[in-house]
Design a binder for this molecule. Sequence first.
Ligand code: PMT
Length: 219
Amino acid sequence: MTAASLAGLRILVSAGPTYEDIDPARFLGNRSSGKMGFAIAAEAAQRGAEVVLVAGPVHLPDPANVRRVNVRSAAQMHAAVLAGLPCDVYIGAAAVADFTPRSCSPGKIKKQPGQDTLVLELVQTRDILAEVAAHPQRPRLVVGFAAETDNVAGYARGKLQRKQLDLICANQVGVAGCGFESDDNALLVIDAHTERALGPAPKGALAGQLLDLIAERLL
Ligand code: PMT
């Protein structure tokens, strides 16, 4: 089967982690390497789509023919993704922090004599994916990811409904060989009516299979 062409489509992809600063020396982050989202962006561009990639702090080269927007925090990713609308497809592969420190200390936080604990107050970040799905300029297709350690399909289905998505790609994290950091992954792609298992396979191959499913719905 030849790969479906995506020429004429504008695709917005988010990838990588976000870093939430605690003070000038420290941040809250996560294990996302960006590999999954970068593979999707690269494959979509290779198939002729106009691709914007909003990337958290990762050590990956720019995919060919992709406009890359680098961000650090969940708030910056929110602004960059919303600025990327309108588009035909939004694919949220980034691991966005759910909580961020209420404030970032301007100076490095110092241990006080006798101090055993430090309490950080965290506030919820804005849900980029849910906002894109509810936006007046809603893309024709809004695709989320769900990173879960257990009840993978169940939690993913909940996110599909709650965030009003067209598709969600569920993947297991916390085990070797899939999810965060690895070159391979396995996805369960869920919509309102069906579930499709993709992989295990290299993230580049999975990106192609996911884009085939997306093309089926759009072209
Ligand atoms: O980057 P890699 O090392 O290659 O790893 C790939 C991956 C595991 C990061 C990727 O496959 C993946 O699962 N990405 C989503 C990770 C995640 O944060 O999932 P979640 O279940 O916490 O979030 C659900 C969805 O809501 C995601 O599409 C996320 O981008 C989005 N979200 C979450 C919080 C928030 N404030 N805004 C969001 O848009």
